[in-house]
Design a protein. Sequence first.
Length: 248
Amino acid sequence: MTAADLRPGAAGPVLIAHDLTYDYGRHRALDGLGFELARGEVLGLLGPNGAGKSTCLRLLTGYLTPTRGYATLAGFDVTRNGPQARAHLGYVPEDPLLYPHLTVDELLRLFARLKALPAATLAAECERVAQRLALNEVRKRAAGKLSRGFRQRVAIALALLGGPDLLILDEPTNGLDPWQVIELRELILQLAAEHAIIVTSHVLSEIERVAARAIFLRDGRLLGSYTIQRDQPGDLERQFLALTRPPA
């Protein structure tokens, strides 16, 4: 299958990555990565520091143009049809940067307009995601005054505006306390019914709790894909160490 064979709106995977390759000068940061992801799936993207995870996410979001290969989102080529593809994407970076002087309501309305949501449904969509992320008590507060946990909720709410097909969560539990981690875990499991989700994390036990499948990267290469066994806690860690441990 080639990128030309894919049609927007066609049945099939939400995300297709084929032979994704990227070179920083003479350094190959990602080499021939390929995988697919369907609605209802949560995929863990795993690997040690420098494995190529960030490069992969930058290619999938259209921030970088691949040296070779392609990615399609909802049938749109991420490089050639970037705006159309990104209309189907919600992305939460590891350290979300929110305009600190804007209130939560102002941020929701701003991002809804940036996503070109119809004026007739904009207010209702902001209300929907605010309710989904339990933001009512902080909607009139400035983002800069919020706790880390609430800032993360706001970032996810912004990503969910418009109901994207793909949701990318980059280290979503970083800096959260145990209760916030549990709440976020439950939220991801709920969202999985409506979206395809990619989660990156160095906390393998969290991936084991929310994802059905994980792929392992090292030195820019795909080492393998693993179906997570919920009844075998700790097995993902064993698989990760076996696949990603550098050669002696």
